[in-house]
Design a binder for this molecule. Structure first.
Ligand SMILES: [Zn+2]
Length: 439
């Protein structure tokens, strides 16, 4: 075997440019099929990978709703493959709210600005840049690396990951594990840098509540008013105090954080300890219990007409293992007069924080940021890892970024002035390089 070549552009040289190119391709997902869709971004990625001799395959669930997959053969293809996936779409951005044009990919204050800078054209770019370097150097991953860049994550993956899993599971044949977004980034707690690795995700169950009553004139006595019945049910749901439920991931997070920072954590009442973690509390707070938030109401059409029915929409999120409890509680709260219908449902997901792949993550972070701590955490939202878990793939959020202590990183997701420090992108490439090499 020949020595790797070193006279080629490195991933650290290319990562910022690739991320910038991707930000400049507007792939806003409005969730209703309007918008520019993902084809242009997918074609760009395919071009970057084809340039180094890979042959990505393109899939379209609908016109322009484009995903791609490519297998980068490893040293030992008999081992189960590792999937590295990223979505190509972004949430929309209103340019007038931003300091820099969200689709210009401007560099200012040592950051790359734009929609997708952290969610998740950053990780897409890190992976593309790294793979380009490995190919040019003639380096192979230890096992097959399946790279997938997907449409429609921001609207639940119906036209992206879910569609791929349903229609092209053969593309992920033999894959045992996956890494992707919303994990691997650092928080600074006290004087300690802590990397959060996502090992669990809450499930989603969007409900519509429907009350039916007797329509009539607004001047009459009406003891069967749908608006009244619905309002009572909505108020009970909205005011319900959901009991704390400790899941393995959250327990491990609290124990490890407590140990590292010397904070006493009472697992039966962790909120006081959590309050000492600053910004971290926001992220972890929502993973201590199920939640159900009324978000909008629909009833009536005229001031003096009592409508026959009224509807409310509730955004419910449940912890892994607690969906049945969520629905039973909702049924109790809304009572027999109001019925519930499922609008959108997606699974919760949880894996353990152990094994060789986790060891590879920890070692890579430790090598690039000695003295840091890495802990598992549960995401209150969801990623495409849910879809891939249906194929038996064990998914982690591991898109490594070392971040400045004062950056409100969780606020960057879908936020105004989304940006990523240039140094963080380069750090991420170095960590991923070590990680892939030992995966
Ligand atoms: Zn994302």
């Amino acid at each position: 075997m020949s020595e790797p070549r070193t006279d080629v552009p490195s991933a650290q040289d290319e990562v910022v440019g690739i991320c910038r190119d991707l930000i400049r391709i507007d792939s806003s997902n409005y969730g209703d099929g309007s918008g520019p869709a993902e084809r242009a971004a997918a074609e760009y990625v395919a071009g970057q990978l084809a340039e180094v001799g890979l042959e990505p395959e393109i899939f379209e669930s609908e016109e322009r709703r484009t995903s791609l997959v490519v297998r980068f053969e490893g040293e030992d293809s008999s081992r189960p493959g590792l999937l590295v996936h990223g979505h190509l779409d972004v949430v929309p951005a209103a340019a007038s709210d931003w300091t820099h044009d969200p689709f210009a990919g401007e560099i200012a204050d040592d950051c790359l600005w734009g929609r997708g800078a952290v969610d998740m054209k950053d990780m897409d770019a890190m992976v593309i840049a790294l793979v380009r370097q490995m190919r040019r150097e003639g380096r192979k991953p230890p096992r097959d690396l399946v790279l997938s860049f997907l449409a429609d994550e921001e609207a639940g993956g119906k036209f992206g990951a879910h569609w791929m899993v349903d229609n092209h599971p053969e593309q992920f044949e033999g894959v045992s594990e996956a890494i992707s977004e919303v994990g691997g980034f650092s928080f600074t707690a006290g004087d300690r840098r802590v990397y959060l690795i996502e090992t669990a995700q809450k499930g989603i169950h969007w409900l519509k509540l429907v009350a039916e009553g007797r329509a009539g004139h607004g001047s009459m006595v009406n003891d069967d008013n749908a608006v009244t019945a619905l309002a009572e049910a909505v108020a009970r749901v909205g005011r319900h105090e959901w009991p704390m439920r400790m899941t393995p991931t959250v327990q491990k997070f609290l124990e490890q954080m407590g140990d590292a920072l010397g904070i006493e954590v009472d697992l039966t009442n962790p909120e006081p300890a959590l309050a000492k973690l600053g910004n971290l509390a926001k992220i972890v707070g929502a993973t201590l219990r199920n939640t159900a938030n009324p978000t909008y109401l629909k009833a009536g059409y005229k001031h003096n007409v009592i409508p026959q029915s009224a509807e409310a929409f509730i955004d419910c999120r449940f912890l892994p293992g607690f969906e049945d409890e969520l629905l039973a509680t909702i049924d109790e709260l809304i009572g027999p007069e109001v019925r519930r219908e499922t609008v959108i449902q997606d699974i919760a997901y949880e894996t353990t924080f152990d094994g060789a792949l986790v060891d590879a993550m920890l070692a890579a972070l430790q090598a690039e940021d000695p003295g840091s701590l890495a802990v598992p955490y549960c995401l209150s939202g969801g990623t495409d890892n849910k879809s891939f878990s249906l194929l038996g793939i064990r998914g982690f959020g591991f898109a490594p970024l070392r971040l400045p202590a004062d950056l409100d990183f969780s606020g960057m997701f879908h936020g105004i002035d989304e940006r990523v420090p240039l140094d963080s992108l380069k750090f991420g490439v170095r960590v991923l390089d070590r990680f892939i090499a030992t995966s």
